[in-house]
Design a protein around this ligand. Structure first.
Ligand code: UDP
Length: 318
């Protein structure tokens, strides 16, 4: 039985990754300090003999007993309102925690995967974004604690790979949505769905002409697992190229929830990227991966999850 370590295991994306890894027959050790993750995301795994959990801040040195085959370094605040609230912890998650995970990988001779981000492209001047684009990132703006931490993390991964022969993978994750996102994490998907379900107007930032491309979480997890099993040490974009403006997204949420609560314009946050769409040629070629969940189906699942949350019902479905 192979063992995978997942840092940030109580987070939205990592909790779905853990479900997939357990489904693939792996043993999973998850670590989290609950700075942005939540126990309810892994509550359904309690009692599963293949799953264990360690409450720990992986920015501090940590140990895992026994053999380890894979390390998925997923721990980091990832929502703009979160990382602006905890910028120092965000910097440490990209730097100290990445080194700690890479040390563990070297010690255990395990393969290490970094959860990187489309934010390393910043406010892109190239569209869509392919992995060869170096990005347009402010080193001092409000997003810099996250963007630069992840850029540093990629550099750390490549340094350990080149200098020490650690087997490494880098996934650049684009906007992802699905059940287990936090209703209050400030990102546009839970924000709009929560507002629609509560009968409130949708808070569109700026004129809503900025674009994003939303990937359903099970598609992302499939790409991550394929990448971990591949022999590709270069960064790989995983995301859904289906691009829309935030205004179009607001209309889609109004339609899917059957609500017409209107729009409440809000100022555009500083350094908010104007466009974002992944070029997934590399993922298609190297991993044979592309997203398969249509937007309408993914949004329906997500709305049904948030409906339960808003009604105060059960919030953790597997
Ligand atoms: N956004 C919005 N209203 C909200 C939250 C976000 O219009 O209540 C916009 C935000 O300005 C950005 C896009 O939606 O252009 C996606 O924001 P999110 O925080 O989900 O993630 P980002 O892609 O910026 O990291």
């Amino acid at each position: 039985m192979q063992t995978a370590v997942v840092t940030g295991g109580a987070g939205f994306v990592p909790s779905h990754l853990i479900d997939r890894l357990l489904g693939e027959g792996l043993r999973v050790v998850a670590l989290d300090n609950f700075i942005t993750g939540h126990r309810r995301n892994i509550a359904h795994l309690e009692g599963n003999p293949a799953f264990s959990f360690i409450e720990a801040d992986v920015s501090e040195p940590f140990e895992v007993e026994g053999p380890v085959d894979y390390i998925f370094h997923m721990a980091s605040p990832a929502s703009p309102i979160d990382y602006v609230k905890v910028p120092l912890e965000t910097l440490k998650a990209g730097s100290y925690a990445t080194h700690n995970g890479l040390e563990l990988a070297a010690e255990k001779k395990a393969r290490f995967l970094l959860a990187s981000t489309s934010e390393i492209y910043g406010d892109p001047e190239v569209h869509p974004q392919a992995e060869g684009y170096f990005g347009n990132v402010s080193t001092t703006g409000p997003r810099s604690c996250y963007d630069e931490a992840k850029r540093y993390a990629e550099a750390a991964v490549m340094a350990h790979h080149r200098a020490r022969g650690v087997e490494t993978r880098i996934v650049r994750i684009f906007n992802t949505y699905g059940p287990r996102m936090r209703l209050d994490d400030g990102r546009v998907v839970p924000a709009f769905i929560g507002q629609a379900l509560r009968g409130e107007p949708l808070t569109v930032f700026g004129d809503g002409s900025q674009t994003r491309s939303f990937c359903y979480v099970t598609d992302l997890v499939d790409g991550i697992w394929r990448l971990m099993q591949s022999d590709c040490a270069d960064p790989v974009n995983i995301g859904n190229p289906h691009e829309m403006t935030i205004r179009e997204f607001a209309e889609a949420i109004a339609q899917a929830t059957g609500t017409q609560t209107g729009i409440e314009p809000r100022p555009l946050p500083k350094d908010d990227p104007k466009v974002r769409q992944p070029d997934i040629t590399r993922a298609k070629t190297v991993l044979g991966w592309e997203p398969v969940v249509p937007f309408d189906a993914g949004i329906k699942e997500t709305i049904s999850y948030f409906s339960e949350v808003v009604r105060g019902g059960a919030v953790s479905k597997s």
